[in-house]
Design a protein around this ligand. Structure first.
Ligand code: NAD
Length: 487
């Protein structure tokens, strides 16, 4: 049983707390560790250490900061398989999915290695007579990141590498369900030469989150998780005058036109709906077969779903889909499947059947005849439950998706450039895919959700991330009198 420590400065500590939370191996349901559920006292300590470290890290030249990131990248590569196994162990995703989780995170480190260029300001000589203008971007101070369970490496790494590269110091509050990966990632950063206190890790749940959102020493909050908590974090931290980027949940659509190439389309839809057991904020959870596309789509999907092998990703390398995160998630999904027929839906494939005995498994599920009034259309279920809709036209598909309160992602499968262009222009969401299942921007672009999928202005990643983690100073200089020879 692992006793999970927190990181304050250079010390890995076991704080005296009233409660701890279980860390599961979701594939076996075994409790493999316990994480402390910290509170305001540990947040105070972490913020104090981060403030102390900011005094020198904030003024360290960006190329020197980048050198630490270059070394960190090498260590992450050297430990790539070990970390991937840790992700698979505590999250339950397959090893390939765990590798993808870490790879996307390493890409952010690679992006952040360019900080000396990314954080450069602008300059204009002769803004007025004898006056020159320039801007510089300065770090904010102590920033905090609060992350969900579904990407134990990638989502924390959307935040702390870039924030730290910008000269900030950081307090990370990972999901209490997957604390082990975050600790290992922090340990390797220290090994790369990061000065103590620049990155701190505090485990816990609501108490830690609320303490970070209200702490006067924290200048900015990055949050990723479900929409109700994203909204709570956004309103609480904004009221305290902090910068906030707060990404929430999603209901993403995969629209298939009759002209779509069947084989790559089915592969992409399967990956989108059932990759990571449907626990991605970019997972397609609504499948729309337009007109004649619907019947063959249903048959091809059912055939592919039958071939998907469920199991323990670490015990069997052939595993195509792992478990969901815990018993609560499984019961919530079972409940939604059980309710479906009463609402008039047809359970074309029931994920409660044929699942491994141990572990938190839900098999791939298809709910046919879904319409806009149904719960599965409106609510994020966050699991391998796919709703099939049958709109008569592309226009009808776009209109029904556009009523949803979320605005994360939508994809169209087609051979028609005209249809693709129309879709990209008319669909209301921040990330659009054409012929790909998961249109997740990689480190170079912002992760640009809209509406209830994102509260704030500047998104995570890319140059928006650099802007979020720095503030701009404008300097105007007048050197009057013309040029004189001094020498
Ligand atoms: P969650 O909202 O339950 O938890 C996220 C974080 O908030 C965790 O660190 C948790 O400890 C904390 N938290 C939970 N309840 C809280 C409360 N009442 N008050 C304050 N803090 C609280 O999310 P989850 O179940 O860990 O992750 C799944 C969700 O995350 C899904 O909704 C998914 O769509 C979303 N997600 C979004 C993105 C994105 O980029 N938009 C990416 C990944 C996941």
């Amino acid at each position: 049983m692992i006793r999970v420590p927190i990181l304050i400065g250079e010390h890995w500590l076991h704080p005296e707390v009233e409660q701890t939370g279980p860390v599961h191996n979701p594939a076996t349901a075994e409790v493999i560790g316990r994480a402390p559920l910290c509170g305001a006292a540990e947040v105070d300590q972490a913020v104090a250490e981060a403030q102390r470290a900011f005094a020198s890290w904030g003024s360290t030249p960006p190329p020197k900061r980048a050198r630490v990131l270059f070394r960190y990248r090498e260590l992450l590569e050297a430990h790539f398989e070990e970390i991937s196994r840790l992700i698979a162990t505590e999250n339950g995703k397959t090893l390939d999915e765990a590798r993808g989780d870490l790879r996307r995170g390493v890409e952010v480190v690679e992006f952040a290695c360019g900080i000396a260029h990314l954080a450069k300001g602008e300059h204009l000589s002769r803004l007025a007579e004898e006056v020159d203008g320039m801007t510089m971007r300065e770090p904010l101070g102590v920033c905090a990141g609060i992350t969900p369970f579904n990407f134990p490496a990638m989502v924390p790494m959307w935040m702390y590498p870039l924030s730290i590269a910008c000269g900030n110091t950081f307090v990370l509050k990972p999901s209490e369900k997957v604390p082990l990966t975050a600790n290992r990632l922090a340990e390797l950063f220290l090994e790369a030469g990061l000065p103590p206190g620049v990155l701190n890790v505090v485990h816990g749940s609501r108490e830690v989150v609320d303490a970070l959102c209200t702490h006067p020493g924290v200048r900015a909050i990055s949050f990723v998780g479900s929409s109700p908590v994203a909204r709570h974090v956004y309103t609480t931290a904004c009221q305290q005058g902090k910068r906030v980027q707060s990404a929430g949940g999603a209901k993403n659509v995969l629209v298939v036109l009759p002209d779509a190439d069947p084989e790559p389309t089915i592969r992409a839809v399967m990956g989108s709906a059932f990759g990571c057991a449907g626990q991605r904020c970019m997972a397609g959870s609504l499948l729309m077969g337009v007109g004649k596309a619907a019947d063959p789509l249903r048959e091809q999907m059912l055939a592919a779903m039958d071939k998907l092998q469920l199991g323990d990703p670490l015990a069997d390398p052939r595993t195509g889909m792992g478990p969901v995160i815990d018993g609560r998630a499984r019961d919530r999904l079972f409940g939604a499947i059980a309710e479906a027929p009463g609402e008039g839906l047809e359970v074309a494939r029931d994920g409660r059947q044929g699942i491994p005995e141990k572990g938190f498994f839900v098999g791939p599920t298809l709910l046919d005849r879904t319409e806009a009034q149904h719960r599965v259309f409106k609510e994020e279920l966050f699991g391998p439950v796919l709703a099939l809709l049958r709109p008569a036209s592309l226009e009808e598909a776009i209109t029904s998706f556009n009523q949803l309160p979320y605005g994360n992602a939508a994809t169209l499968f087609t051979e028609s450039g005209t249809a693709a262009r129309h879709f990209a222009l008319q669909i209301k969401c921040g990330m659009v895919g054409i012929n790909l299942g998961v249109p997740a921007p990689m480190a170079l672009f912002a992760f640009s959700g809209w509406d209830q999928s994102f509260y704030g202005d500047l998104h995570v990643q890319g140059t928006e991330g650099v802007m979020f983690y720095t503030r701009q100073k404008t300097v105007l200089s007048r050197w009057a009198g013309g040029f004189r020879h001094f020498f």
